[in-house]
Structures are given as structure tokens and as C-alpha cells.
Design a protein around this ligand. Structure first.
Ligand code: CA
Length: 232
């Protein structure tokens, strides 16, 4: 198994794991379930590989040679919202990891059954890909398949880029997203966009939402970015 293994745009799962046997086992189970995989055995090779491949989800081990999972998770979140499932050999580590607010989507404790890992991978991808992100109050509903968004049952008529922006914010209401993070989620290609581009799209989304509810749903945090705030 090497990093040139099966590269595909269809839900490619990156396995970051330094125990080769475990990586092999995960690879077998994931591939049997239809997920192509990409294996990375060193912590300091993750970012480069992630930037070079269309990865749909990262299974990230905590203890790795080169760089640990905590630092890797933080670095990934600076430029990507790719789902991350962290794995650790110590159950007491999980509370600490959650407390660090690394932005991981799920945590699995070792030893795990490969079946459980596959189930979690499916669940996280389903959550992300079905795109049905409804906020707690269900006031805002986003459908990632049709790019339709509605607020209080009224269509928001967003452009594709505006939809993506709102989708990113709605993934974690209340969390402040840096402009850089938002910028990276706007387009499929790697075009360079400026801070102002993000500001412009935010302004448009705000106006469209305000027409419906009269509220300002997006909070600006000076010098940092934006968060979604939906009153109940
Ligand atoms: Ca390890």
C-alpha cells in the first residue's frame, strides 16, 4: 500500500495511521464498503497529501511520527472543512480532545472494530453530503443536493457561492469562522479570492435573510470573521 493507491473523487477517505497492519485493515473494510482510500503513515505528510488529493474525509490518528494529530487537525481547519474523525488509543484523551475544540467531527477510541469505523465514516459523510443541515430551531434549512436554502419556510434564493458560504457557517452555528476558512469553501476550483469577496457574499446573504425575517443572522467579529446566529 502506498500513497498513490486508488485516487478518486468519490468519497476518498484518507487513513492517517502509523500502524501499518491497522491501516491495511481499515483500507480493506472501507474499500469493501465502496470507499477508495489513501494511506498516509506520517503526521508530517498529511497536509501536503490533503492539498494534493480530493479527500472527502480524514481518519486521523492522534499519535503519529513527524507531527501529532492535534497539530494536524488545527492546521487542516485553517484551510479546509473536510470532515475529520480522530482516533486515539486512550479513552480519557477524548474528553481532552473535545475540550480543545479542534473542529473534529467525531472521535473513536482504540481498540475499535473496523466495522464501527466504517459506520462512523458513513454517518459523518451522510451528514455532510446529504447537506440537510437544519439548525436547532429548524428555522434555517439547507439542502446541499439542490442548493436550496429556506428561512422560516421562505426560499432565500441564494447563488451557489452564497449557499456554500451559508452552509459552512450553518455547520456550526455560533462558531466564528475565519475569512480564510470561508474563502476556501466558496469555490470548487482553487481560484484566489480576496477578503472583500467574502464580505460581499456575506452582505448579500444578510440582505436576503433580512428581507424574510428582519433579523441580522450573520455576526461580524472584527478582524476575525463571521458566525451564524439564529435567534429561536
Ligand atoms: Ca499511532
Amino acid at each position: 500500500m502506498n500513497s498513490a493507491d486508488k485516487i478518486s473523487a468519490k468519497a476518498l477517505v484518507m487513513i492517517v495511521e502509523d500502524e501499518i497492519k491497522l491501516a491495511e485493515l481499515l483500507k480493506d473494510y472501507l474499500q469493501q464498503s465502496g470507499y477508495p482510500t489513501l494511506w498516509v503513515g506520517r503526521g508530517d505528510q498529511v497536509i501536503e497529501s490533503l492539498r494534493a488529493n480530493p479527500v472527502a474525509l480524514v481518519l486521523l490518528d492522534l499519535m503519529l511520527p513527524g507531527k501529532d494529530g492535534i497539530d494536524i487537525c488545527r492546521e487542516i481547519r485553517q484551510f479546509s472543512n473536510v470532515p475529520i474523525i480522530m482516533t486515539t488509543a486512550r479513552i480519557e484523551e477524548i474528553d481532552r480532545l473535545i475540550g480543545l475544540e479542534l473542529g473534529a467531527d467525531d472521535y473513536i477510541c482504540k481498540p475499535y472494530s473496523p466495522r464501527e469505523v466504517v459506520a462512523r465514516v458513513k454517518a459523518v459523510l451522510r451528514r455532510q453530503q446529504s447537506g440537510e443541515i437544519a439548525t436547532e430551531q429548524q428555522r434555517l434549512v439547507l439542502d446541499g443536493e439542490t442548493y436550496r436554502a429556506s428561512l422560516d419556510g421562505v426560499s432565500l434564493n441564494l447563488t451557489r457561492v452564497e449557499f456554500r458560504l451559508l452552509m459552512t457557517l450553518a455547520a456550526r452555528p455560533g462558531k466564528v469562522f475565519a475569512r480564510d476558512t470561508l474563502m476556501n469553501g466558496l469555490y470548487d476550483d482553487y481560484r484566489v479570492v480576496s477578503d472583500r469577496t467574502v464580505d460581499t457574499h456575506v452582505k448579500n446573504v444578510r440582505q436576503k435573510a433580512a428581507v424574510i425575517s428582519g433579523e441580522d443572522l450573520i455576526r461580524s467579529v472584527y478582524g476575525v470573521g463571521y458566525s451564524l446566529e439564529i435567534p429561536g
